[in-house]
Design a protein around this ligand. Structure first.
Ligand code: ZN
Length: 78
């Protein structure tokens, strides 16, 4: 199980528990989740660190030189 913070377009934040990352993505794509405050289904994952319960997931890729990355092919380049 994994808990993500979800944010709606009106900046309502709430936590939702999913089986895994794919489940989260699938439910967001299917608009299966509603904001409890306004009912919006246009939700995105918030910036809060996910609360991972007993499941080790692959770490998010991090550019080793994120602050000053000179690699034009770097996927993390802003
Ligand atoms: Zn809302």
């Amino acid at each position: 199980m994994i808990t993500y913070t979800l944010v709606c377009p009106k900046d309502h934040e709430f936590s939702q528990t999913f089986d895994n990352f794919d489940d989260c993505q699938a439910q967001l794509a299917a608009e299966a989740i509603k904001c409890p405050s306004c009912g919006s289904t246009n939700l995105v994952k918030g910036l809060s660190a996910p609360n991972i319960g007993g499941q080790s997931l692959a770490p998010t890729p991090q550019c080793p030189a994120a602050a000053g990355c000179g690699n034009g092919g770097c996927a993390l380049k802003q």
